[in-house]
Design a protein. Sequence first.
Length: 314
Amino acid sequence: MATVMVRDPVPTPLEDAEAIRKSLQGWGTDEKGLIEVLAHRNAEQRQAIRLAYEEHYQEDLIKRLESELFGDFEKAMYRWILEPVERDATLANAALNNNALPDYPVLIEMACVKSPDEFLVVKRAYQWRYKRSLEEDIASHTTGDFRKLLFALASAYKYDGLEINAPLAKSESDILWKLIEKKSYNDDELIRILTTRSNAQLNATFNMFKDEHNISITKSLLEDPANEFLVALRIVIRCISNPTKYFVKVLRKAIHHPGTDEDSLTRVIVTHADKDLKVIKEKYYERDSVTLEDAIAKETSGHYKAFLLALLGN
């Protein structure tokens, strides 16, 4: 499922730390050397390297990399070398501190794709790092309908089992249909259903919705494509119903965005390379008949391109 190709045999953490130190010394940084080491180590190995580097050189590896690298490559490397839950906390904080509208897809992805226990760990890491709860920051950085939706998603601890209640799916699909028909997209009942029911229960509700009304719930929310809140609701539903398909959509949009949306591209590659990026790659090819590697190689350049391609398994 992961795409990271770990070298065999794997050097010791100290040997890797020494190789990284060598790449960082001298007149110019050896970016290829950094990629050769760090892009071919799993999360546990990367954390061992960070610790070995700090203990041996009395220097924070992340801070040193930030001072030596720049641009999209620096941002991607920084996110990659962070411990995964630490990375999620920083991504959530950056999303909330976006200049205009918070980068709500990042928050929705975490709340809807991660298991309740995984998301709880992220929230604890957020609180430890920023001395504030994620819910607190959502409340202070958002307003109106977005605050209502994002706060509800962040606050919920949902049931994570596979059991479903068919009569409940029927009744709640009817509620959703009536509210969408009335364009009451911000109704408390609609928010309650989407943010408190288990993913299994919601998928049963979404299937019932489509069976009874001959239209998917996401298509029923396309009434105003420019309405950002409707976009957010569709992202919630897509992350719950088919996260792999959703991430393929994010990658396609990022790659074909004028100038390329490097932030979204980096986020998906870096956060999934240790987990399920292989499946996302396969679905991307099924959708476009172009490999994700070829698509990225065409739209990126330099060390940033080399690093992403290495994470993809090249």
